[in-house]
Design a protein. Structure first.
Length: 309
């Protein structure tokens, strides 16, 4: 099978854990060991988030005041290289060199008129207290939003039109390589009538970008790994119901939180409507997710619409 696996932030950095290189590598190592079985048997593409890391680079960037801060598109490319290198290396190690792994920097075409540029929603960087968030917003002119009990910076997150390097990814897969790409959703770019690319100041949601890639590759499955066991209706309330299986039409009628579960559901809907399957579930139980003992599956042929766990 041709499978796209999208790694959530918990595969790279645990909540509350310092964002050190050692922690990044340790988390990626355990993730790649969990994925090694899939990588041995299938055509596998690994995509990943970069929210905490791109925010950290932005903060480090601000510490050097002799030059203007680097823009978000360049910082996004930096995180693709940084995280992609670690995933490439740890997956190769987990496979003991059985298969070649290629990590590539990818760009994602977006519409410069996308309304997302006027309404930032994408959480990036570390968490702040209310006071620290207010001070950062005033000093750096950031937009701040609540993230659970804390606060984080938010930036525009335009919808992906296409992954520019999708044909290259397809060629690598057809030649037996495993691919790491679309890091942080890919660097968002606008493309003019002459094909010239210009970086945009935003962060594309990695799940939506992964779905765009899966559709372009005609992948059999998109697997979105997160820290929750299921997609849930009325999450966090006494009326919460965990979803086992759903059709794209039925689940699209439910409401989910912007910036967290909604992009995953939207991505799954896109893949299911293109004829593939989408799984959303916990990284720590990936075998159970694939065997359908946990997690949510979205596919076209669900007569009941939604089946609750």
């Amino acid at each position: 099978m041709r499978i796209v696996v999208a790694l959530g932030g918990n595969a790279l950095a645990r909540r509350g854990e310092p964002m050190t290189a050692d922690h990044l590598r340790a988390n990626v190592r355990s993730t790649c060991e969990a994925l090694a079985g899939l990588a041995r048997q299938h055509e596998l593409v690994i995509t990943h988030g970069n929210g905490p890391q791109v925010g950290l680079l932005a903060l480090q960037n601000l510490a050097y005041q002799d030059v203007a801060a680097y823009p978000l598109d360049i910082l996004g490319a930096e995180t693709q290289g940084m995280i992609g290198y670690v995933i490439q290396q740890e997956l190769s190690n987990a496979l003991a060199g059985e298969r070649e792994v290629a990590a590539i920097v990818t760009t994602t075409e977006v519409d410069e008129a996308d309304p997302a540029f006027e309404r930032p929603t994408k959480l990036i960087g570390p968490q702040y207290s209310a006071q620290d968030a207010a001070e950062a917003a005033a000093e750096y002119r950031w937009t701040i939003a609540r993230d659970g009990a804390a606060f984080r910076r938010v930036v525009p997150s335009p919808a992906p039109r296409r992954i520019v390097q999708a044909p290259l990814v397809r060629m690598l897969l057809e030649n037996g390589r495993l691919v790491v790409c679309v890091g942080g959703g890919g660097v968002p770019v606008k493309i003019d009538g002459k094909g010239r690319q210009t970086g945009m100041q935003a962060v594309v949601d990695k799940d939506l970008a992964s779905a765009a890639l899966a559709a372009e590759l005609k992948a059999d499955m998109l697997v979105m790994l997160t820290d929750g066991d299921y997609v849930s209706e009325n999450w966090g309330t006494p009326e919460q119901r965990d979803i086992l299986t759903a059709s794209p039409e039925a689940i699209a009628e439910l409401s989910f939180a912007e910036g967290s579960m909604k992009p995953k559901v939207d991505a799954a809907v896109r893949v299911a409507k293109a004829g593939g399957r989408a799984l959303i579930g916990p990284l720590e139980r990936i075998d159970d997710l694939l065997e359908r003992r946990v997690g949510t599956e979205i596919r076209a042929d669900v007569p009941e619409g939604i089946v609750f766990a």
